[in-house]
Design a protein around this ligand. Structure first.
Ligand code: FES
Length: 176
């Protein structure tokens, strides 16, 4: 099994662990328990790092390699956490033909974050998504929950910078 430790250290609360244990107990011994347990585990933690996969494997008494096989096969499972600023670029056909690939490259270069990854400080994550159903706005991207469409390459970086500055200001305010 490959090393599946996430680049940003895993931090889970005792409350989350208790919730997961309750889910495991509810499904333990059932056939096909791993799928619903992993889905609920992702709802609890937001993603499925190796540490959570281990808890599920041990709780259900299933080999970790089997759990890893499931989470790496189904695209619904997320293995890395989202950054404070999460950028999702649609790579569906309509967006792709309107330059989504170049936009994704530009964003990766600008934020020093690779597609499908997260920066070491957890500030930015980037994801290439399938069609999100807004093809009329192609090329489409979302930043956190905000949707942007019909953008030219040069327009995107200032928008991203606004999010990064806002996130930094919020972080500074929390530390005061
Ligand atoms: S292809 Fe991008 S929104 Fe449909």
């Amino acid at each position: 099994m490959p090393n599946t430790k996430t680049s940003v250290p895993f931090v889970g609360t005792t409350e989350q662990a208790a919730k997961l244990q309750a889910v495991i107990q509810r499904h333990k011994g059932q056939r096909g328990a791993s799928m619903p347990v992993l889905q609920e585990a992702q709802e609890i933690y937001g993603y499925l790092p190796e540490e959570v996969q281990v808890m599920v494997a041990e709780g259900l008494d299933i080999p970790l390699t089997e759990i890893y096989g499931i989470v790496s096969f189904y695209s619904q499972f997320i293995l890395e956490p989202k950054g404070k600023t999460h950028i999702a670029v649609c790579m569906g056909t309509a967006c792709y033909v309107r330059g989504a690939g170049d936009i994704l490259d530009d964003i990766a270069n600008h934020t020093c974050c690779k597609s499908g990854g997260i920066t070491d400080d957890g500030s930015v994550s980037i994801e290439a998504t399938r069609c999100i159903g807004a093809c009329g706005l192609a090329p489409v991207l979302t930043i956190n929950n905000d949707v942007y469409g019909k953008l030219d390459r040069g327009q995107i970086e200032p928008i991203i910078d606004e999010y990064l500055e806002k996130a930094k200001a919020e972080e500074a305010a929390e530390q005061e």
